[in-house]
Ligand binder design. Structure first.
Ligand SMILES: O=C(O)CCC(=O)C(=O)O
Ligand SMILES: [Fe+2]
Length: 319
């Protein structure tokens, strides 16, 4: 098998403190162009990643009635959803199930799923540590104080909106005409995505950013799935917050048009500004808006509430 080189830069976080300036440069360059990069030497071991995927698989293997004890709640976007997310770009439900979590959201009991809560929270903390490093670099790069974006996404604050999302795309056959995840940009600030060897399907579209349209008909490039490197991308909120300097680019997940596609599991950690924090870029390109208004407005449109195809957010771009 040929080893396909990922079409985005791999950025090492090794010796972060002493190499911060150099890393900041690399992160900015990637975020201002592809809007995607991978992180290596980030401090989460392959074993820790595999352990979290094992917990995720155990969760999705539960009977539907058990998962339905914590249904997706549009008010806070937490809980379990099954084939219910409609992307404005496709008008169809994504062929997947997912479980959205926050530290203080509803969790499956230890009787239903032993060790899930403790293990997953530990994983979330690891994601927080990595996110803080990247957010510190972006803060400085954008001309804010180093802790500007970190404070705005502080997961210990009661109004925090940052979430972990476990995702399971079911195995399929001859999937032409369906989408595992239709073209979209992420709503929040900074997404950390974990994938597993052999479970390809993610495709990205550098140069096609959220404030244009849905990238329909554009050429997407596969980003092969690998256990270890973290795929990172910029979301709409950080694009607006940076006066469009950092790009929230389109991506999607596909199964094979013909033949079998195995199950795909992915884990996304979505850093999002806190509900009551007012976001505005250093150049004030857009009017100030609270992260809560921005985020909930966009999220609702994807779960059948206030859904309008090609809806345009008055502040910035498409949803
Ligand atoms: O599963 C993936 O690889 C991508 C998921 C994604 O893009 C999302 O949930 O926003
Ligand atoms: Fe996404």
């Amino acid at each position: 098998m040929t080893d396909i080189k990922p079409p985005v830069p791999a950025i090492s976080l090794k010796d972060f403190e002493s190499r911060k300036d150099e890393i900041t440069k690399e992160l900015l360059e990637a975020a201002e162009t592809a809007g995607f990069f991978t992180l290596v030497d980030h401090g989460i071991s392959i074993e820790e990643i595999n352990d979290q995927f094992a917990l995720s698989r155990e969760y999705f293997n539960l009977p539907h009635e058990v998962k339905a004890k914590i249904p997706h709640d549009i008010r806070n976007n937490n809980g379990w959803e099954y084939k219910s997310q409609i992307r404005p770009s496709t008008g169809q439900a994504d062929q997947k199930e997912s479980f959205w979590l926050q530290h203080d959201s509803k969790w499956p009991s230890d009787e239903d799923l032993p060790n899930f809560r403790a293990g997953t929270k530990k994983f979330m903390s690891k994601c927080e540590g990595i996110s803080e490093k990247i957010l510190a670099c972006f803060s400085v790069g954008l001309g804010f104080s180093e802790d500007h974006l970190i404070k705005a996404m502080d997961v210990t604050a009661p109004d925090n909106l940052t979430q972990l999302r476990l995702i399971h795309y079911m195995a399929s056959e001859n999937a032409a005409g369906t989408w595992r995840a239709g073209n979209h940009t992420d709503v929040g600030c900074l997404t950390l995505l974990f994938q597993r060897d052999g479970e390809d399907g993610l495709e990205i579209c550098p140069g096609r950013e959220s404030h244009t349209d849905h990238a329909i008909g554009d050429t997407f490039t596969p980003l092969p799935a690998k256990t270890g490197p973290i795929v990172v991308n910029i979301g709409d909120m950080l694009m607006a917050w940076s006066d469009d300097r950092l790009k929230a680019n389109f991506h999607r997940v596909r199964a094979k048009d013909t033949g079998k596609s195995p199950d795909r599991y992915s884990i996304a950690y979505f850093n999002t500004g806190r509900k009551n924090v007012v976001m505005q870029g250093p150049l004030k390109k857009y009017p100030p808006i609270t992260c809560g208004d921005y985020f909930l407005g966009k999220t609702k449109s994807q779960f059948g509430h206030n859904f309008k195809k090609n809806q345009v957010n008055p502040t910035v771009g498409t949803v």
